[in-house]
Design a protein around this ligand. Structure first.
Ligand code: HEC
Length: 171
């Protein structure tokens, strides 16, 4: 009997250790939890800020007036907007982009369709040095995040524009 309870304690300890060493994910879950409470992701936009960005980005300059088909974004039609800081660096080909630079891509289901999603990139020095310090998010039309953080899907493909500090543009 004693042997059994000792074994039980061992199993408990072992599972606790496994739980503690479980790998952490760098991707913030899109569950509406306030990202701003996490001290190690300083300056990562929280959900309230993302919602505000989803409403204000149309005031920034766009690289294309006509929607363009983007095979890379699930075959949707896109329009890219850059905030003044990002636009200045983009036009001057001055890399890396400065702190706070913002890039947006508005995604429509068809050439005439409504907005289906909004892509966001924000430059946050020290946020993700291995991948150009970009924060990525994909938002619903109402600004609610569907994906956000150091999203591997976004990072891996945007690495193709590493020589332009991860911003493709249309060239
Ligand atoms: C398979 C490749 C691929 C993936 C995956 C991808 N992108 Fe892009 N992204 C591109 C390309 C190529 C462009 C520019 C041309 C275009 O849209 O066709 C672009 C443009 C952008 C832009 C406008 C700035 C720029 O680089 O021109 C933003 C913002 C953006 N993407 C965000 C995201 C986010 C956020 C994700 C992840 C949810 C993501 N992208 C996933 C390839 C990709």
């Amino acid at each position: 009997m004693k042997l059994f309870s000792a074994f039980g304690v061992f199993v408990l300890l072992a599972s606790a250790m496994v739980a503690c060493s479980a790998p952490t994910t760098s991707q913030t879950p899109a569950n509406g939890s306030p990202a701003s409470t996490a001290p190690f992701v300083l300056a990562e936009p929280n959900d309230v800020e993302l919602k505000a960005l989803s409403q204000s980005y149309t005031g920034y300059a766009s690289l294309n007036t006509q929607l363009r088909l983007s095979p890379q974004h699930g075959g949707i039609y896109v329009r890219t907007h850059l905030d003044p800081v990002a636009l200045k660096a983009f036009n001057a080909k001055s890399y890396p982009f400065p702190e706070g630079a913002l890039a947006f891509k508005e995604g429509h289901v068809g050439a005439e369709g409504p907005i289906e999603r909004i892509y966001v990139m924000k430059k946050i020095p020290g946020y993700d040095p291995a991948n150009g310090d970009w924060f990525y998010a994909m938002l619903a039309p109402d600004g609610a995040p569907r994906l956000k953080g150091k999203v591997p899907l976004c990072i891996n493909c945007h690495a193709g524009a590493k020589n332009k500090d991860y911003i493709f543009g249309f060239e």
